[in-house]
Ligand binder design. Structure first.
Ligand code: SF4
Length: 324
């Protein structure tokens, strides 16, 4: 098929969950997908001052793409769940990007709001397809293929995270066949927003370091919605942010057993993360603590790799003392 042009996808925010779906959809419609690079050695951030690091990175990645792409894909993510909403910053993300780009590039910013039937994921992608000149039939076929690819991508998740170098986790090639590798002595759950867990510019590639310390990485992606719901259903106050709910539910789940340790990666300027920490503290207090070692690492652009790795090494010592 003749290439129709280039769609730029910034490597930020929900790229770290949905990239396979997005990529296949646009490629099926005949567009070439390009993604932004990382921060690079100079590590320069473009940002609006009062923002969390993940939002600053979104802008930085869009800047990187704007002269190379015909359209940037920055969807307006209102809700990715039938009843709960995303952090309000996601709602304004396309507007912030448009303002920063001074309208120099077209932005595909269709709303995704799964609480409203007519704004279902399919409909939103059909609208993006129409903007790119695709018919409804072509859009539907592309979306079905993208969904199929996304489901198979998710199936090998734990192996993918543990076997591949961090920069390859979201490549669409299947993970390498399992080989005889030494068993990792510790199963450790890493919990947080997907972009905190997998963006190496945010977390200084802490997952690779953890693997080298002998930790097998477990993430919330392996938990079902039902398992999360069961953990948060008895809270006195409903958490109405979908990612917050997923994080608190996963933390409660892992802190009650099945892993050797739990690490919670938070964004320093994130009001939601601050509140979630309070939820967890209260629950642990009510239950008389947890037998599972628990580490909270707060991330921002000033976090140094050494500071993070030192704390993770100390955490590993705790795991060792407890285990042996
Ligand atoms: S949830 Fe927190 S880290 Fe994520 S975009 Fe919102 S404020 Fe930023």
């Amino acid at each position: 098929m003749e290439e129709k042009g280039r769609i730029g996808i910034p490597k930020a925010l929900m790229y770290y969950r949905y990239f396979p779906l997005w990529k296949v959809f646009f490629e099926e419609l005949g567009w070439r997908v390009i993604v932004s690079g990382g921060l690079g050695r100079r590590g320069e951030l473009r940002y609006l001052e009062d923002s969390c690091l993940p939002m600053k990175l979104l802008l930085t990645h869009c800047m990187d793409l704007k002269d190379r792409a015909d359209h940037l894909f920055v969807p307006r993510l209102v809700s990715l769940h039938r009843s709960f909403i995303m952090c309000p910053k996601f709602r304004g993300a396309p507007d912030i990007v448009r303002l920063a780009m001074e309208e120099s590039v077209s932005i595909l910013d269709e709303t995704i709001d799964l609480r409203v039937r007519e704004h279902s994921m399919l409909r939103s992608f059909l609208r993006s397809g129409q903007r790119l000149g695709a018919t409804e039939k072509e859009g539907k076929r592309a979306f079905q293929r993208a969904e199929k690819c996304f489901v198979s991508f998710q199936q090998g998740w734990e192996d993918r995270v543990n076997r591949l170098p961090s920069e390859q986790v979201f490549h669409l090639a299947p993970p390498p066949e399992p080989t005889e590798t030494p068993k990792k002595p510790f199963r450790v759950a890493f919990v947080g927003h997907p972009y905190n867990l997998f963006d190496t510019d945010v977390n200084k590639d802490i997952l690779s370091f953890a693997k080298n310390l002998g930790m097998r990485i477990i993430t919330p992606e392996g938990l079902s919605e039902k398992e999360i719901d069961a953990q948060v259903s008895d809270l006195s106050k409903e958490i109405y942010w979908s990612s917050g709910r997923e994080i608190v539910g996963s933390l409660f789940y892992f802190l009650s057993g099945g892993v050797d340790g739990v690490v919670f990666l938070t964004s320093f300027k994130c009001g939601i993360d601050a509140l979630l920490q309070e939820f967890v503290r209260r629950r642990l207090k009510l239950r008389g603590g947890t037998p599972i070692p628990f580490l909270i690492l707060s991330l921002d652009e000033h976090s140094g790799r050494e500071g993070l790795t030192t704390r993770l090494e100390a955490f590993k010592d705790v795991l060792e003392q407890r285990k042996y």
